[in-house]
Ligand binder design. Sequence first.
Ligand SMILES: Nc1ncnc2c1ncn2[C@@H]1O[C@H](COP(=O)(O)OP(=O)(O)O)[C@@H](O)[C@H]1O
Ligand SMILES: [Mg+2]
Length: 380
Amino acid sequence: MHVAHLSLVDYRSYARVEVPLEPGVTAFVGPNGQGKTNLVEAIGYLATLGSHRVASDAPLVRLGAERAYVRASIVHHGRTALAELEINPGKANRARINRSAATRPRDLLGLLRSVLFAPEDLALVKGDPGERRKFLDELLTARTPRLLGVRQDYDRVLKQRNTLLRTAAMARRAGGARSGALSTLDVWDEHLAATGAELTAARLDLVASLQPLVDKSYDALSTGGGPTVLDYRSSMSEDPLPHDRAGIHAVMTAAIAAGRAAEVERGQTLIGPHRDDLVLRLGPLPAKGYASHGESWSYALALRLGSYELLRADGGEPVLVLDDVFAELDTTRRERLAEMVADGEQVLVTAAVAQDVPPVLAGARFDVADGEVHRVAPSE
Ligand SMILES: Nc1ncnc2c1ncn2[C@@H]1O[C@H](COP(=O)(O)OP(=O)(O)O)[C@@H](O)[C@H]1O
Ligand SMILES: [Mg+2]
């Protein structure tokens, strides 16, 4: 698929911008701080309903404006769909598809598939487990939009259960014997195990599919090191988990029962997919804390390229976005990356100077300066 037109209103630095796009490679070129990432971030937001740079919506709305609009026409198998998102910080966002009545933003999931790689992705390797959980869950929902509902249900149950555990912990400290909160906990344990098992099973399945693709990408990018191994570490058990939902459900139920005292003591849920990690190994060692800067960078890129290959294999080739990556890579890796992605249906890259974009990726070019986006004629 590809984006044929992107339109932003009051998004980040843009009061209004219209960008006609084509399949193939398009480069956005301009000095730092001119609004290149803002453009591709908006595409990423439509695809994942989240920004790769910020956790809340407020910074996405132009200073002084109340709400932002992101619109894209998406061409897939020759058919065009118009996706629109209204971003209302502090209130519910609204979506529209093909100018129909307003709907929930999650209905947009799957309409635009995109994989975005940006310097921030180094945190996938060097950052906290939360970064890697977010990576997995975002890819899960891109492949299977229904799982966004499961993830949201799990988060809701978790919140309720934590409130109960906090209440129970306070009652205990105040000297109360057994608080009423504890008796309701059983019901929440079951909800937690049911939604938690579904999410965990989906993550394990994803990791198994992703593993060979990430390793292949790492291998193609780097000059040695590896193999890369994605090792899902569950808070439920030290032993490898069963791969089926019912089996995981049983393990989680047992772990919750065994951990009850510790959870009441701490006043929070200690078991479940919200505490899991995806350990990224490079050879025998974990990449975090051991890999060099270059290796970490290649690993992060391999995670995204692996995701791209996975979505590609599902059908519906995603839009690939490479934000500011070429300047970070040495010539060899730069050329290898360029060759790997050159045949993508649509590849959007940003760079501070045109020379950073490898010749294999010659294509359309826009100059981005002072909040304006200008198409550069091929001869220039
Ligand atoms: N909500 C906002 N309102 C107005 N300007 C913003 C907002 N968010 C970011 N900016 C501006 O956007 C610019 C950064 O744009 P960005 O796309 O990250 O630049 P780059 O071209 O380096 O990728 C900064 O000058 C920043 O001040
Ligand atoms: Mg940028």
